[in-house]
Design a protein around this ligand. Structure first.
Ligand SMILES: [Zn+2]
Length: 306
């Protein structure tokens, strides 16, 4: 059995890094707050006698050898958060992974394979508009150039931020792992939707991940005076966007598969003032489904209608 009191206590401690006075927390990737949380977890990993290494993008690996030199079983999650995030997203997976490995070690339970705790770097897309950066780098899917091109709101590139954080990003290729490095990977994660909670089910096992198809659209209309332009002589980009939004909703609800969801997450009108007909709109559509066929069907239906 795990030591749940200890787990609770450590969850409380790590939750102080980035905690906000109004509740919740902000622990953006490569921030001071994330650095504090990482330093804390590393002290716990050290106390357990883990062999700790960090790769070029800041992924942390804590390893305990098994009886045989086989590919390891990994368990973990991430410590960065979205702005105004919750305490459990990511952090719970890291802390429970640590507690699970610690329990195995403390009780002298024999295990053939090595066990590794992984803390993925920059999992959330909030800062650089790209999610799962750490695992993408591990898979060899992000180049140095790609990291230089991803910028946050202040114009700081992911490359610069990681470097300032102490990562050896200039050797980014070295972080790519061989496909057989791990035998299996486990992650405990809070439910990000309301389904289990509503049904009173304490835990669920993930059978599929709702992969997205995303579109970014720019609608080009014509900006005109809102008082002087008759209705039949307008080209209102925002009114057009509104029609698209309702179509997207209808397709996901009624025409695509049962598990299809679709969202227009933003629609920014220009010039965006009360007395000017919107001349253009930039908008984003996010379609998701655990079933690839349904996903493609929904995307096709959305494309066709417009
Ligand atoms: Zn998460």
């Amino acid at each position: 059995m795990i030591n749940s009191e200890r787990l609770k206590r450590e969850m409380q401690t790590i939750s102080t890094f980035g905690a906000l006075p109004q509740g919740g927390m902000s622990r953006l990737a490569f921030s001071q707050e994330e650095a504090q949380a990482r330093a804390y977890i590393k002290t716990l990993m050290q106390a357990l006698g883990m062999n700790i290494r960090e790769d070029a993008i800041g992924n942390i690996f804590g390893r305990i050898e098994g009886e045989l030199p086989l590919p390891a079983i990994a368990i973990g999650s991430h410590l960065d958060s979205v702005p105004l995030g919750g305490f459990y997203d990511g952090t719970l997976g890291v802390m429970c992974g640590l507690e699970a490995i610690r329990t195995i070690k403390e009780n002298g339970i024999s295990h053939k394979r090595p066990l590794e705790l992984i803390i993925f770097s920059c999992e959330e897309s909030s800062r650089f508009n790209m999610a799962t950066v750490g695992s993408k780098v591990m898979a060899g899917k992000l180049s140095k150039e790609a990291l230089e091109n991803l910028k946050d709101k202040e114009g700081v590139s992911l490359y610069e931020a990681a470097k300032a954080f102490g990562c050896a990003v200039e050797t980014i290729e070295s972080a790519k792992l061989a496909p057989d490095t791990f035998y299996a990977y486990l992650e405990l994660h809070i439910e990000q939707g309301p389904v289990l909670e509503n049904k009173g089910i304490p835990v669920g096992i993930v059978t599929g991940i709702a992969a997205p198809i995303r579109y970014e659209l720019t609608l080009q209309g014509r900006a005109d005076h809102s008082g002087a332009t008759p209705m039949n002589m307008r080209s209102d980009a925002l009114a057009c966007a509104a029609e698209i939004i309702l179509h997207v909703e209808k397709i996901a609800k009624e025409e695509a598969g049962e598990t299809t969801v679709a969202t227009v997450g933003f629609a920014n009108a220009t010039p965006g003032v009360l007395n000017v007909i919107p001349g253009s709109v930039r908008m984003g559509i996010d379609i998701r489904d655990i079933d690839q066929e349904n996903l493609e069907k929904a995307a096709l239906l959305i494309e066709k209608k417009h």
